[in-house]
Design a binder for this molecule. Sequence first.
Ligand SMILES: C[S@@+](CC[C@H](N)C(=O)[O-])C[C@H]1O[C@@H](n2cnc3c(N)ncnc32)[C@H](O)[C@@H]1O
Length: 230
Amino acid sequence: MSKGIQKIFSKVPNTYELINHILTFGLDILWRKRAAKLAVTENGSHWIDICTGTGEMAAYLRRLAQKKIMIIAADFSLPMIRKGTQKQEAGQIAFVLADVRALPFNDRTFDLVTISFATRNININRDALIQCLSEFHRILKPAGRFVNLETSQPSSLVMRRFFHKYVELFVKPIGQFLSGSRAGYAYLSHTIPRFYTADEFADIIYQAGFEEVTFNHMLQGIAAIHKAVK
Ligand SMILES: C[S@@+](CC[C@H](N)C(=O)[O-])C[C@H]1O[C@@H](n2cnc3c(N)ncnc32)[C@H](O)[C@@H]1O
């Protein structure tokens, strides 16, 4: 499964950001910036953005962080990371090739772990997701913070149906047309309707060992930002 996901992301780096901006009418930019702002802490020395892709969230974190804070951006797709290294902020970000299931970092290394629009990709099943989140918990220092931005499920059923239809009728075909990747956008449109509600996902974060889990809905619950503490 993860080899398949790796293959999907090796084919989309050049169009990935633009297509996200088109399909969300630019909202993905605002949501990442919002998550980065919510994630920022005054203290600390090491932050990591996991499944960083082309490094957008890492770049926003870099802009907000004090100079002394080291920012790491990790992903298992070399083509996505390569694209990220072309960013203006890339000189002050350490890009690392790593699989979330076995992160090459010691216990209690980071003050902050972020992940954006990638939790669906590591949700092979509920247990596998809890294991990945436990890995994030392991590499955080005590009192370290976890921030997760992901698509979610609107609580209004009408809105939920509208969202899922939009994904089926527009996201899938437009994504496939613009990127040339049939598999990539079929996969995206398959995973979005199946992901958890914000409450269900909060429970999963608790099960991975985190405390003080809170969340903010974006656009009626189409996306959500979850925060948690180790
Ligand atoms: C949808 S993209 C999200 C990229 C970026 N975080 C963003 O906000 O746009 C998902 C990313 O997760 C990465 N990914 C998926 N499974 C992974 C795994 N097991 N280990 C590391 N990276 C993974 C993919 O390579 C891809 O770059």
